[in-house]
Design a protein around this ligand. Structure first.
Ligand SMILES: Nc1ncnc2c1ncn2[C@@H]1O[C@H](COP(=O)(O)OP(=O)(O)OP(=O)(O)O)[C@@H](O)[C@H]1O
Ligand SMILES: [Mg+2]
Length: 293
């Protein structure tokens, strides 16, 4: 088995003249947490879209030694790439238990419609197996109190945990999490770091995590990659990267609140006043490229 779980080479995504991802290359060693930071519009989500096959891209994506660059998203997922989105996508009218059972069933479905309809013994065995695995996952993720609640009844933070559990039901070797802390309460964010580390420990999965929450990404990452305008600015240990002046200036003039929260600006002179913006919205800074023939 190679030590590199995921190797990305020359990944490039061009959206109608906007170079959203510009020749990005990196390796993620097996079992590591690799963080990704960078200002809004830096290309982080698009990079995940390209790795998982949702965006058309140039470059190569090699998962556990297998080139998956030409596979559709579904096939990449079956090959072991598990991916969360910036907003959790779940059915509100299912309970947490039903949601996870469905996720396992989709993963291990081996029985045909007829054998399911006649209640063949192997189907019942498989149902028992599914329910045992759901219970294990509920316990790993601390979802016991929400087991029989509808997805529509639980908080955004708990929904994110359920979303994560759905991805884990597919037994991914590499997990890509896009802003797992987005939209959740501070207290829940504090619980998120230890939970992600526990998942890594119990599943051995390699994790790629995009985050704007600097204390969280600093706490969980073995290394961090900083992106700006589609390119890799730098990669290294969390403290080095988060204090790198190039990253600080990529954030400055964009959203000072994030830099303040990161603590990265302490050593800098007071910044010029930047107009406070709601949320994290700011003009996007993707690289414009010359018109292609
Ligand atoms: N489907 C799309 N079609 C056209 N352009 C897109 C599309 N998705 C993203 N872009 C552009 O690609 C660039 C990178 O966007 P992306 O969403 O990847 O940034 P990000 O780093 O994830 O930002 P954020 O931190 O706000 O989530 C932006 O200029 C964006 O406008
Ligand atoms: Mg994004």
């Amino acid at each position: 088995m190679p030590d590199v779980a995921l190797a990305v080479t020359g990944l490039t995504v061009n959206y109608g003249g906007v170079l959203a991802v510009d020749d990005v290359s990196f390796d993620a060693e097996r079992g590591m947490v690799l963080g990704f930071v960078g200002p809004n519009g830096a290309g982080k989500t698009t990079m995940f879209d390209a790795i998982t096959g949702f965006a058309r891209a140039r470059g190569r994506v090699v998962l556990e030694g297998h080139d998956v660059s030409d596979l559709a998203p579904e096939a990449r997922s079956r090959a072991g790439l598990g991916r969360s989105f910036q907003d959790a996508r779940l059915f509100p009218s299912l309970t947490v238990f039903e949601t996870l059972a469905m996720a396992f069933e989709r993963h291990v479905r081996a029985e045909g419609v007829v054998s399911t309809a006649i209640g063949a013994p192997w189907v019942r065995r498989s149902e028992r197996r599914v329910s045992e695995r759901v219970e294990e996952l509920i316990s790993l993720m601390g979802l016991g109190a929400f087991r029989d609640k509808f997805v529509s009844e639980i908080s955004t933070g708990s929904r994110r945990i359920v979303d994560l559990a759905v991805i884990l039901a597919h037994d991914p070797s590499v997990l890509l999490l896009d802003e797992p802390s987005s939209g959740i309460a501070q207290r829940e964010t504090e619980a998120l770091g230890p939970m992600l580390l526990k998942i890594r420990e119990q599943t051995g999965a390699t994790m790629l995590v995009i985050e704007h929450d600097m204390p969280l990404i600093r706490a969980i990452s073995d290394e961090i990659v900083a992106l700006d305008t589609g390119s890799v600015l730098t990669r290294g240990k969390p403290d080095e990267v988060l204090e790198d002046p190039r990253l600080v200036s990529a954030y400055l003039g964009t959203d000072h609140q994030i830099v303040d929260r990161s603590g990265a600006r302490r050593a800098q002179p007071p910044a010029k006043k930047v107009a406070a913006k709601k949320g994290r919205q700011r003009p996007l800074q993707a690289k414009r490229v010359a018109k292609e023939a």
